[in-house]
Design a protein around this ligand. Structure first.
Ligand SMILES: [Zn+2]
Ligand SMILES: [Zn+2]
Length: 469
């Protein structure tokens, strides 16, 4: 048995719900195209997993239906076979979705038989790698599903979740008894929130200025699983803002991930932590990244950000990217501090970091050169072809913490809607000196990553994320 889950954009969930659950209370059906993420080894279980990402919803039309009623539906499979050909060309998979408006809230024996037959068609047409997913929308609002990996084997989805303005989760798991430590939080946000936090896998890329306050907050909010990526060691110049770090850590050149491990283990709040002490784009980390449900981008490096930027769109994994810019302007004899904090959500439907001019591709290329060919990088630096690391950036703990908290609040909003139905913000900039938040827009023409739906939810490709080099 393989653990399987599925993610879909909120707009796809709405399209499926309105197609399948209609006022006529009859059963309806649709085809679904989706990309696949094969995870060789989940970092928290060491087990293989698959995750499917919905890309397109195609309703089954009246003329295809051979018979339907309040408790059954059957339709011609011609279009299924045509879609199998298209799926093979596009490197994606085909599935179905149908409804039980009046129950039962589970797949019927007839569903089992029909789906096995479709799985056989897919197997014969597209080979043994074909995966046939099936979603069931029930009249009580529940959504469940499964994926057939052969005509006689299927795995139920452990979770079906949405991305977009709201991150909803449909899960079969009964919630465990919650630790008293989270009682006060549950009073504010409900027990359901803490239960969801328990089930989520959080990636935190960068355990420094903005990453360390995230790593303090997530476990105290009940986070069940955290993976931290950071190759750096603690230095004296970090001690003004790195939560948990001590002078001894700096003296001993302790890794930032070790500080995170010590802090989270001493909290003893039931968080499982996995640490990765290399650059986030390291090939061996691909499974770990693909296993995450939400990623906090707390890194300053442009190449790392560029990678997470693609991951969000290819794999339907929302990335909450954090940035802090402090500048000191000297005017006449006066010092004036400019301080801006930024939280940007990356996912299909929102503009990406390239379109918001937050990632600079030429700096990203220089960083890649420094990592992959240090001597060539040094040579170019001497000749001033690359700009070098520059001066250290100013940093103050109150501002780094404030940005981290803005990011966590966006997570709470997406999971609970506490700010109301229009309260989710995909790009928020806090002007600390003016005590105000603004929402800057992006370039009018979206780029080849965020603007092209053909890569959204595409999942596994060669090369990984379509990145060359
Ligand atoms: Zn059915
Ligand atoms: Zn873009």
């Amino acid at each position: 048995m393989t653990r399987a889950d599925l993610t879909l954009q909120g707009s796809h969930l709405d399209a499926l719900a309105s197609t399948l659950l209609r006022a006529d209370r009859m059963e309806h059906a649709a085809y679904v195209l989706y990309g696949v993420s094969h995870i060789g080894s989940d970092p928290f279980t060491q087990e293989p997993r698959i995750r499917l990402m919905v890309r397109e919803v195609i309703p089954v039309t009246e003329d295809e239906i051979t018979s339907s009623g309040f408790d059954h539906i059957s339709w011609k499979t011609d279009k299924f076979v045509k879609l199998l050909a298209r799926a093979e060309r596009e490197g994606v998979q085909v599935g179905i979705a149908h409804s039980h408006p009046g129950g039962p809230t589970h797949f019927s024996d007839q569903d089992d038989a029909n789906e096995a037959e479709l799985a056989r068609l897919a197997f014969n047409r597209n080979g043994t790698g074909a995966l046939t997913a099936s979603l069931l929308f029930c009249g009580d609002g529940s959504v469940l599903g499964r994926v057939w990996s052969s005509p006689d084997t299927f795995d139920d989805f452990t979770t079906i979740s949405t991305i977009g303005p709201r991150w909803k989760r449909f899960s079969r798991r009964a919630s465990d008894e919650l630790d008293q430590a989270f009682d006060r939080q549950s009073l504010a946000l409900g027990q359901e929130f803490t239960a969801i936090m328990r089930s989520l896998r959080f990636g935190v890329v960068g355990g420094g200025g903005t990453g360390s306050p995230i790593l303090q907050q997530l476990p105290r909010m009940g986070a069940g699983f955290i993976g931290v990526f950071d190759p750096d060691t603690v230095e004296d110049t970090n001690l003004n803002r790195l939560y948990g770090a001590t002078r001894a850590d700096a003296d001993d050149h302790r890794k930032k991930i070790e500080v995170a491990r010590r802090e989270i283990s001493e909290m003893a709040l039931g968080t499982r932590l996995e640490t990765f002490d290399g650059w986030v784009g390291t090939e061996q980390y691909q499974d770990a990244l693909k296993s995450m449900d939400v990623i906090f981008g707390c890194t300053d490096d442009h190449d790392g950000r560029a990678l997470l930027n693609r991951l969000a769109y290819y794999y339907h994994i929302p990335v909450i990217d954090l940035g802090l810019a402090l500048r000191v302007a000297e005017q006449d004899t006066e010092r004036r501090l400019e301080a801006e904090g930024r939280v940007t959500i990356l996912e299909p439907g929102s503009a990406c970091l390239l379109c918001r001019r937050i990632v600079n591709p030429s700096i990203a290329a220089e960083e890649a050169l420094r990592r992959n060919d240090p001597s060539e990088y040094e040579r170019r630096k001497k000749e001033a072809y690359v700009r070098g690391e520059g001066n250290p950036a100013p940093a103050v703990i109150s501002f780094t913490t404030s940005v981290a908290t803005m990011a966590i609040e966006e997570l709470i909003q997406r999971l609970t809607g506490f700010r109301g139905p229009d309260g989710s913000v995909s790009n928020r900039v806090r002007k600390f000196t003016r005590i105000e938040d603004v929402r800057p827009g992006a370039m009018l023409q979206p780029c080849r990553i965020c603007g092209q739906s053909h890569i959204h939810g595409l999942g596994d490709t060669k090369p990984f994320l379509g990145r060359v080099g």
